[in-house]
Design a protein around this ligand. Structure first.
Ligand code: SF4
Ligand code: SF4
Length: 442
């Protein structure tokens, strides 16, 4: 097992660490298949309101590759199809029926896996709604099946500081994880399995699958940060990655021939220690968050998730919900308060002297200002980028300069936006720049 040394990132302890206990929620009344957490997709609907669908039946496909299907996480009737801005598909909502009725595929055993061709495996995963779990760097688009990646990075730790604990998630999934890794070996010669050092202790037998550990600094376990610190040549820039819980789902799907419907998630808030939740894929946000105050912001990642409404459903890639409170109005004379409880990157507040976990809220404490060249964004970036220079190059349409400064190495962790005292949405500007460039090349 190798150690990857990443020293930059967010180190302040945050309040809201979930308890490692687990509770199981009963089936909700509706499930949703969101298209909002799938980057670059051009969704084409295959169903209409009132249609009855089985679990695993395709609901929409990607127009760019019709064989990549997105399937129903439950059995029932299409209750509504929700569109967002410019009629972009937001989500398909299924009203659940009592008994589960699955689309069935032939199961594949571990001993038979070696006899199944790569092409058959890929087609099965595409038909079964599982291929989308594999993402390709740098734009994190769906993996291109015609390409053999130099490496596939599997992250056992999720996207967020408080993503489900790998010890809790994989304790009962050793066989599926092993099967999944065998599937990946059919797709690439190099499989890198990473986990946070702090999670190693609870991993049990799964520990033997880990190839690399990363420090407990957010976002050291992000596959984009891992790739940046491992890659040695440009061919590795288009490697793939997959979250280990998706790898387990992929394995379960192939082993049973049925779409896997459950997932473990965390819901975090301030100083609460909520247990992990075993729920359905696509569960309604409202049923997961419990009590909340109206002015809370609900995000699917503390620094880089999307903002969701209580009526939305959890996306395929999302396994954590953060309830971030928004205080009423502005803090009077906030700039001269000692800030004993405030999280601080710049060590402006007295809180930097106290080790206890800090709460974050979503007030901006001031207006957006011009860049003051303070370099906080550079000092926190895990991939040694200078987000301020990339941002300025993008805003002046100097794409070549942005690329030279490493635009394509941005792993979208969101830390630069968080650290910027001028409130500049650096991560968003970089994301838009990367997306525009990627779209142009397609
Ligand atoms: S530029 Fe910002 S979002 Fe990108 S990796 Fe660096 S800190 Fe994260
Ligand atoms: S943190 Fe913000 S203000 Fe400071 S250099 Fe970066 S972009 Fe400029």
């Amino acid at each position: 097992m190798e150690k990857i040394k990443i020293s930059k990132g967010f180190t302040t302890p945050l309040a809201g660490m979930p308890d490692i206990g687990i509770i199981e929620l009963s089936d909700p009344r509706t499930l949703g298949l969101s298209a909002m957490d799938v980057p670059h997709i051009r969704a084409k609907l295959m169903v209409k309101e009132g249609d009855r669908v089985q679990t695993g039946a395709p609901l929409f496909y990607d127009k760019r590759d019709k064989s990549v299907q997105y399937v129903s996480p439950g059995t029932g009737v299409i209750q509504k199809i929700v569109y967002g801005e410019r009629r972009r598909l937001h989500e398909v909502v299924i009203s659940l029926e009592g008994a589960e009725d699955f689309v069935e595929f032939d199961p594949i055993s571990l001993s038979a896996l070696g006899e199944v061709s790569r092409q058959v495996l890929v087609e099965r995963l595409k038909q079964g709604g599982m291929w989308q779990a594999l993402r390709q760097f740098p734009a994190m688009d769906t993996a291109d099946a015609s390409h053999t990646p130099s490496m596939i990075i599997v992250s056992l730790s999720g996207n967020d500081p408080f993503s489900p604990d790998p010890g809790v998630v994989f304790e009962r999934e050793q066989t599926a994880l092993h099967f999944g890794l065998e599937v990946l070996k059919r797709l690439s010669d190099r499989i890198v399995v990473t986990v946070r050092e702090g999670s190693l202790e609870r991993l049990g037998k799964v520990k033997s699958s880990v190839t690399h550990t990363v420090p407990d600094i957010y976002p050291a376990w992000n596959p984009g940060a891992v790739l940046y610190h491992l890659k040695k040549d440009s061919a590795e820039n288009s490697s793939w990655c997959i979250a280990a819980d998706h790898l387990v789902m992929m394995a379960r799907f192939l082993m049973t021939g049925r779409y896997p419907t459950q997932k473990i998630i965390t819901v975090t808030r301030g100083r609460e220690h909520r247990p992990h939740i075993l729920t359905r894929q696509g569960a309604p946000v409202k049923a997961l968050i419990g009590d909340f105050i109206d002015r809370s912001l609900i995000t699917t990642g503390r620094f880089n998730g999307r903002i969701v409404e209580p009526d939305d459903h959890l996306g395929f890639f999302e396994n954590t919900l953060n309830l971030i409170d928004t205080p009423d109005g502005e803090e009077l004379l906030g700039f001269i308060r000692p800030g004993k409880a405030k999280a601080t990157v710049s060590k402006t507040f007295l809180s930097c002297l106290f080790p206890e976990p800090k709460e974050v809220d979503c007030t901006r404490h001031g207006e957006v200002r011009a860049c003051i060249n303070c370099s906080y964004c550079e000092k926190i970036c895990p991939n040694d980028l200078m987000p301020n220079f990339i941002m300025k190059a993008l805003l002046s349409d100097e794409i070549e300069n942005a690329l030279e400064c490493g635009l394509l190495d941005c792993c979208q962790c969101g830390l630069c936006s968080y650290a910027c005292p001028s409130k500049i949405e650096l991560a968003q500007i970089l994301r838009h720049g990367m997306d525009a460039l990627y779209k142009d090349k397609q």
